[in-house]
Design a protein around this ligand. Structure first.
Ligand code: XIL
Length: 343
């Protein structure tokens, strides 16, 4: 559209010769997730892989539909700092540069996650890990300073059974205070970015959701700079938290003064019984209902999907996203659009 607009402006000059289009205009949907989310004052996002942004079919959907991007893996510790003080910002810069050129905001993901910690970090002594941890957050946050809407500062730090903190290398060698430390370091290094805690399995109510809530309440009470919480929302169409429990959980988190993002949504369908049409309908309903819960809650600022085409998903052997592998919108897309439109 920007190009068409530029051509239209250029065409207003002295040269009045008729312009004969050589190619038909591209067929685009009459409505988009971007338009619908923007009308609601929300961000609608997707995880992307930098290597795919040069694929025209892929980037056409990204720029048409989304207002928020997350790097699916290129802004994690194992990519950013694969060896001590060896920094690798090329892929992250490509994503941030692309987003900026399209007027799209970026969620940084993530400084501290046991799932993407390079082995050299795991092997450090406690004092050396402390130094590496501080240097990593300062360097990465400083590199992108001013260009990131929000950072997932700490990812998945609560144990799955909700009994306490997950027993990661960070907890073992730095103590439970590593979470607060990470937020303080991030705030110092990029004061503009909103700082998020991100996790899965605590979307509705339950032991893990309660433990995440207690963790965040404790951080806030201690004056730790935290602005929001991401609920990942990797769910199955036939195994998902009830809408009312997600709504209640978002409400209590919002009552702490936090922004809430649905941060990594995808909906698996392979184990839904019945026909493929029945599976796609269950997926549509799941996307619709959960996005609607977010739209009903003013502090639910963003909904990000963990990719958008079934051609590129981290879930092997399933079809969890809004577009099929040939980039055609699925019923799930209509479900999200309807929810964003308040239907
Ligand atoms: C996944 C990516 O999709 C994969 O490509 C990568 O190999 C591993 O991580 N929770 C998170 C994400 O916070 O970072 C994970 O992403 C999915 C689960």
């Amino acid at each position: 559209m920007a190009i068409a607009f530029a051509i239209a402006i250029a065409g207003c000059g002295g040269d009045r010769s008729p312009v004969t289009p050589t190619t038909p205009p591209p067929t685009v949907p009459s409505d988009t997730l971007k338009a619908a989310a923007t009308a609601q004052g929300r961000l609608v996002g997707t995880a992307v892989q930098s290597s795919l942004l040069g694929n025209g079919q892929y980037s056409a959907v990204v720029s048409r539909e989304f207002t928020y991007l997350t790097a699916e893996y290129e802004m994690k510790w194992n990519v950013h700092e694969p060896a001590p003080e060896v920094w690798s910002f090329g892929a992250g810069d490509a994503i941030v540069g692309y987003a900026t050129s399209q007027g799209i905001r970026v969620k940084g993901h993530t400084f501290v996650w046991h799932g993407a910690t390079p082995s050299w970090v795991n092997a450090l002594s406690p004092p050396d890990l402390r130094a590496a941890f501080e240097r990593h957050i300062r360097t990465v946050a400083g590199h992108y300073r001013g260009r990131i809407h929000a950072w997932d500062v700490v990812n998945e730090a609560v144990a799955d059974d909700g009994s306490g903190l997950r027993d990661t290398v960070f907890r073992q060698k730095l103590g439970d205070g590593y979470i607060a430390d990470a937020f303080r370091l991030a705030r110092d290094a990029d004061p503009q970015a909103r700082l998020f805690y991100n996790d899965y399995g605590g979307e509705g109510t339950g032991a893990k959701a309660n433990r995440i809530y207690d963790l965040l309440r404790g951080l806030i009470a201690a004056g730790v700079p935290i602005d929001g919480v991401g609920l990942q929302m990797h769910v199955s169409a036939n195994n998902r938290p009830p809408d009312a429990s997600i709504a209640a959980n978002i409400r209590r988190l919002a009552d702490l003064g936090l922004m809430v993002h649905i941060s990594e949504m995808d909906v698996r369908i392979n184990n839904v019984p019945g026909t493929q049409d029945a599976r796609l309908e269950a997926q549509r309903a799941t996307y619709h209902d959960i996005v609607r819960v977010c739209i009903m809650e003013p502090r639910c600022e963003a909904i990000t999907f963990w990719g958008f085409t079934d051609a590129h998903t981290w879930i092997n052997g399933d079809s969890p996203l809004l577009f099929d592998a040939r980039y055609a919108p699925k019923p799930a897309y209509t479900g999200v659009l309807d929810a964003l439109r308040g239907r």
